[in-house]
Design a protein around this ligand. Structure first.
Ligand SMILES: Nc1ncnc2c1ncn2[C@@H]1O[C@H](COP(=O)(O)OP(=O)(O)OP(=O)(O)O)[C@@H](O)[C@H]1O
Length: 215
């Protein structure tokens, strides 16, 4: 059984068009999943549903076998998932250290330093950091979090090639060593190559493009 199970999910923003049309999939702990697909095909929408930020038009999402809608979306967002989203979702009047401490009791600095932030940057207001640095704070926060699922939307989008490679490696380690279920929406072929399973979202349907040979 997967940690997350998607059962016949559909989603429409309006009556005219279904963005998602009957998606079925399972995602397991200990694996990194990449979701590829053209701009506007519904990748962020799908990630929002998995994170309980919105509800599907029809269908179910199960976390450890229980429906997240029935168990409560607020609890799902708080305990089960951590987000690395395009808008970063950092608390903007806080420092990086304070942002990381929101999701974890562990010391924040080692996570921030691992993502390449200096001690001084870790104590600065997040608005006084570059876009790429803010992105790295969001990643540090997700890694420090106790939540078993990491949902990442273009986590390497704002970063140079070397940093993007490091982030990919860190996400992979979180899956393989910390046994998290890491689900990454990306346009990066390099990141997708490192994933255990690659899904492609096309015309509202999710297809497996590459699956690991053995698990
Ligand atoms: N709040 C909204 N109201 C109406 N339509 C929306 C809304 N948010 C997104 N859409 C539309 O739904 C579709 C899917 O959007 P989504 O952001 O999920 O795509 P995506 O695959 O993540 O795109 P990208 O790769 O460009 O980030 C798009 O056509 C988008 O214009």
């Amino acid at each position: 059984m997967g940690i997350l199970e998607l059962q016949n999910l559909t989603y429409s923003y309006d009556k005219k068009r279904k963005v998602l049309r009957g998606i079925n999939a399972q995602m397991e702990a200990g694996k990194m999943y990449a979701i590829l697909g053209p701009s506007g095909c519904g990748k962020t929408t799908l990630l929002s549903l998995l994170g309980g930020l919105d509800s599907p038009t029809s269908g179910n999402i199960l976390f450890e076998g229980k429906g997240i809608a029935q168990a409560g979306l607020a609890g799902h967002r708080k305990k089960n998932v951590s987000f690395i989203f395009q808008s970063y979702n950092l608390i903007d009047y806080m420092t990086p250290q304070e942002n990381v401490r929101l999701t974890s009791k562990k010391p924040a600095l080692p996570f921030l330093e691992r993502l390449g932030l200096t001690r001084e940057e870790s104590k600065r207001n997040v608005l006084k950091l570059s876009g790429g640095q803010q992105q790295r704070v969001a990643i540090a926060r997700a890694l420090a979090s106790e939540a078993p699922v990491i949902l990442a939307d273009e986590p390497t989008g704002n970063l140079d090639e070397d940093t993007a490679g490091d982030i990919t490696e860190i996400l992979k380690e979180s899956a393989h060593q910390m046994k998290k279920c890491v689900i990454v929406v990306t346009h990066s072929g390099e990141l997708a190559k490192q994933a255990d399973v690659v899904f492609r979202l096309k015309k509202g349907e999710l297809q497996i493009e590459q699956s690991e040979k053995s698990s």
